[in-house]
Design a protein around this ligand. Structure first.
Ligand code: MRU
Length: 354
């Protein structure tokens, strides 16, 4: 499995996703601030991976603390939580992981633990978040493979693979499980302008796994569907609101509209840590605006003229009405999502299919 993020002695090591597929190089983070920089600059990206990195970054940062007493240790912990929370606003997994680490910390303080004991507790929790993420992806694969028909031609957008998680992937986890069952004829990977996660990362992962892969630009998805060459769409998510609206990489909404127009089922695969029942609908999801340079330049080459204004939202919102199902580690939630999503958390009374 791909090493998205791992401990190496007293450092956190991440494959540099900005450099793939040209170079396979690794970034060593020695401090919590290094991890925050790595998340902001997209060394590591993808909602679940961002959450895992934040949890491990907190464990790393606090390992380094020289605080003598719990009070100073708590001050440093709070500061690092704030630094990590300010890295990227849309993927709710970031805030979910930080909240979980805060609850762990509070339980340790409540139990009267020393800074050394708190460090060990944070380490254990971060590792649990990492390991549970891989388990969730595997479970999503098992549930999700059921929606993939025989000899399927699948379209995916952005990268929701091993690189975007602690391992195996969400949407790519579903595709991997279906491929392992011999049911995938071909995967079409949207190139995913402007950061090219599809062309660079998804295609890299699939080719390594020997899954037949075709890279297309987003503008080619419509004609492909019109020719009847896509059977199902599976994408990941950065945040799913309580009504089932889904924030995911910019361009996802357009794919969902095309899928509806052509009668192609559109599925989202995401762990429970991506579902935000406190956000009622997609309009309340904060959408990150990224640097204009991602659009104006390709590497060092300027594509757009100086003086042109740039709009560069990193994500869009796909309305729940366009989504056939949300594949999670606890089963597939079906519309109406306002009823089926709470059930995944053991709340409510609607049906979730297994
Ligand atoms: O800006 P990115 O690369 O972090 O955006 C990633 C996506 O939009 C993914 O589709 C999403 O996080 C799901 S990853 C399993």
């Amino acid at each position: 499995m791909l090493p998205t993020i791992a401990w190496d002695d007293d450092a956190l090591v991440m494959i540099d996703q900005r450099k793939l597929p040209g170079q396979e190089v690794y970034v060593r983070c020695r401090t919590g601030a290094d991890v925050a920089r790595a998340i902001r600059s997209m060394v590591i990206r993808g909602a679940p991976a961002i959450g895992v990195a934040a949890a491990m970054g907190l464990a790393l940062g606090m390992r380094r603390s020289k605080a003598q007493g719990t009070r100073q240790f708590a001050v440093e912990f709070t500061k690092l939580c704030e630094l990590l929370a300010a890295t990227r606003p849309t993927a709710v997994n970031l805030f979910w992981a930080i909240d979980r680490m805060k609850r762990t910390f509070a339980a340790g303080v409540q139990a009267g633990e020393s800074p050394d004991e708190l460090k060990a507790r944070l380490d254990r929790e971060a590792q649990a978040i990492h390991d549970e993420d891989v388990d969730s992806c595997r479970a999503m694969g098992r549930f999700g493979a059921a929606i993939v028909p025989d000899a399927a031609r699948i379209l995916t957008h952005c990268n929701a693979g091993a690189l975007a998680t602690a391992g195996y992937g969400t949407a790519l986890g579903v595709i991997r499980a279906a491929a392992e069952a011999g049911r995938v004829a071909r995967v079409f990977a949207d190139e995913t302008r402007p950061f090219l996660q599809g062309a660079r990362l998804t295609a890299w992962e699939l080719v390594r796994d020997h899954v037949p892969t075709t890279v297309i630009t987003e503008s080619m998805a419509g004609p492909l569907m019109r020719r009847g060459e896509i059977d199902v769409v599976v994408v990941g998510a950065d945040r799913i609101a309580a009504n089932g609206d889904v924030a995911n990489k910019i361009g996802t909404y357009t794919v969902a509209m095309l899928a509806q127009a052509h009668g192609v089922p559109f599925y989202v695969a995401a762990p429970l840590s991506t579902i935000d029942l406190d956000t009622p609908d997609g309009d309340r999801i904060p959408i990150e605006q990224r640097d204009a340079r991602e659009i104006t330049h390709l590497g060092a080459t300027r594509l757009a003229p100086e003086g042109a204004a740039i709009w560069n939202p990193a994500f869009d919102v796909t309305p729940a009405a366009l989504i056939a199902g949300i594949i999670t580690e606890r089963g597939i939630a079906r519309p109406p999502f306002a009823d089926s999503l709470p059930l995944l958390f053991g709340r409510g009374s609607a049906e979730v299919s297994e």
